[in-house]
Design a protein around this ligand. Sequence first.
Ligand SMILES: CC(C)(COP(=O)(O)OP(=O)(O)OC[C@H]1O[C@@H](n2cnc3c(N)ncnc32)[C@H](O)[C@@H]1OP(=O)(O)O)[C@@H](O)C(=O)NCCC(=O)NCCS
Length: 189
Amino acid sequence: MIYGERVRLRAIEREDIPRFVRWFNDPEVRRYLTSYEPMSHAKEERWFEEHLARTNDIILAIEVREGNEWVHIGNIGLHRIDWKNRTATLGIVIGERGYWGRGYGTDAVRTMLRYAFDELGLNRVELETFSFNPRAIRCYEKAGFVREGVRRRALYRDGRYHDVIIMGILRSEFSSGPAEGAPGTKGEG
Ligand SMILES: CC(C)(COP(=O)(O)OP(=O)(O)OC[C@H]1O[C@@H](n2cnc3c(N)ncnc32)[C@H](O)[C@@H]1OP(=O)(O)O)[C@@H](O)C(=O)NCCC(=O)NCCS
């Protein structure tokens, strides 16, 4: 279990699969993701099995506290972890739309970055997001990502082409909160 300020991250389980299928079949969620096909239960199960075998992908469930319960609202992952260059690609989805815009995404991203830099020893985390997703761009900026470039007209969606924004954060730029400036604070390298 990895605890953030408002979220906790846990391993995903086979029992979570029906929720993934529901989220990825919600057009309002899927339009912000790379995947574009309706998702079947069978496909999602195969993806889960493949995920168990991979060592360069970490995918965690995002949970928030509701009374005495922890509710699973989405997933966050570090993908294509490159152990030589110490880089990874971040992906996040809050599939329960009622939880958008309440700060959980930013907390989940910060928590995952802390894990990436302070536990896994990564040096750089990058991501791509679509130009029509200002909520995601703002969320990443709040967590410390900077815009690094644009893949012009790289995405075809809803009948037209859109730019894809490349963002990244280095370990030396990441501040995990109160520890900033304290002895032992992360340096480049
Ligand atoms: C993107 C996502 C992870 C962000 O998580 P979240 O919990 O909704 O985001 P947060 O509440 O932490 O932060 C969102 C910020 O965007 C701002 N925002 C929301 N809509 C906006 C808009 N249309 N224009 C500009 N800013 C916007 C919010 O005001 C907030 O900023 P603030 O705290 O300065 O006010 C989540 O919305 C999500 O999963 N969306 C669907 C899938 C997706 O887009 N995944 C990312 C693919 S790259």
